[in-house]
Design a protein around this ligand. Structure first.
Ligand code: SF4
Ligand code: SF4
Length: 104
């Protein structure tokens, strides 16, 4: 099993473009995401989840810059970070852009 989630490099960008999801039912409240986040997106809930921990939630999603540190560090795979609405960076590549470069 891969120890690092290589498919998500750290795209950094302006805030307000990112959806940050926390699987609160799986969260064990370790606080890693809270401590690693550079923009104070996370906070603890005041009510416990099904397994008895006070889980993390996204209190200030609008602050997220998409650095992916929380996604990388969560030991329980609770967090996902994606561009809102698929985002312009996720648009499909037009077919005519896939042609091989001309040889000299
Ligand atoms: S990707 Fe995660 S760690 Fe990075 S700014 Fe967003 S919420 Fe914080
Ligand atoms: S790193 Fe994961 S398990 Fe730990 S508090 Fe954050 S969401 Fe919960």
């Amino acid at each position: 099993m891969a120890l690092f989630k290589l498919e998500k490099k750290a795209p950094k960008g302006p805030s307000g473009r990112w959806d940050v999801g926390v699987g609160e039912d799986l969260c064990k409240a370790c606080g890693f995401c809270l401590n690693v986040c550079p923009t104070d997106v996370f906070a603890y809930r005041k009510a416990p989840n099904k397994i008895g921990w006070f889980p993390m939630f996204t209190a200030h999603e609008e602050n997220c810059i998409g650095c992916m540190l929380c996604y990388q560090i969560c030991p329980d795979f609770c967090i996902d970070v994606t561009l809102k609405n698929g985002g312009p960076d996720m648009a499909p590549i037009p077919p005519n852009a896939r042609t091989a470069p001309a040889k000299p």
